[in-house]
Design a protein around this ligand. Structure first.
Ligand SMILES: *Cc1c(COP(=O)(O)O)cnc(C)c1O
Length: 212
């Protein structure tokens, strides 16, 4: 059996919860490299570059329409239209301009995408995301004004040893907005994230190995 599948199965057995979806983060890896996991039947894959996805996934999706692609990286406004075409989920909705363009292109292309609002949970100046005090307003703008299908919050908490505090905070924010999904947890912390109700974990290196 492929090592990738062995690692994937191992993570699945650690998680042992059918409510938690594993997004296999395949960014930087070639399609040939990740193909064993596609052939195995896994369907959720995460990427962070629009152009890379065009090249890597366009043909595959035609043959395998069950594949769900997740945009987990920073999305520039000028790539919004292409992102609507390519992705099933966008985890990085983090500003009004982007949100309004996504809504516009959904209408133009007659396609609905599922969204996560990215929260800058540690209030870090170098990181994207909506800060907590703006979250309620931004959520209303996305859902009421733009009619985006926001299914949950997403965050990349600071790596400062206080992950549990951030996880708990996000879980509570997600609940206060009555959202069903929560995109939280990566290779290093997914087990912890699940304790705080993560429903989508984004796992790259623990499945595919180190990225160069
Ligand atoms: C790359 C990436 C991941 C996967 O990280 P690993 O540590 O390799 O599991 C998860 N989330 C986001 C937003 C990423 O950019």
């Amino acid at each position: 059996m492929s090592l990738i599948i062995e690692k994937f199965k191992n993570i699945k057995s650690i998680i042992n919860n059918s409510n938690v979806k594993i997004i296999a983060v395949s960014k930087t890896f070639s399609y040939d490299f990740i193909k064993p996991l596609v052939d195995y039947g896994h369907d959720h894959f995460g990427e962070n570059k629009v152009q890379e996805v065009q090249v890597k996934w366009t043909e595959v999706k035609k043959i395998k329409p069950n594949i769900k692609l997740h945009m987990i990286g920073k999305l520039q406004s000028n790539k919004a239209k292409e992102a609507i075409k390519l992705f099933d989920y966008i985890h990085s909705v983090d500003n009004q301009k982007l949100a309004s363009l996504l809504s516009k292109y959904e209408m133009e292309l007659n396609k609905k995408v599922k969204y996560f609002i990215q929260v800058n949970i540690g209030n870090e100046p170098q990181k994207s995301g909506i800060i907590i005090k703006d979250l309620d307003n931004f959520f209303d703008y996305c859902t009421k004004d733009l009619k985006l299908n926001v299914i949950g919050l997403m965050a990349i908490p600071p790596n400062d040893g206080k992950e549990i505090f951030y996880f708990k905070n996000l879980m509570e924010l997600n609940k206060s907005l009555e959202l069903k999904e929560l995109s939280l947890g990566m290779s290093g912390d997914f087990q912890e994230a699940i304790k705080y109700d993560a429903t989508f974990v984004r796992i790259g290196s623990s499945i595919f190995g180190k990225r160069s």
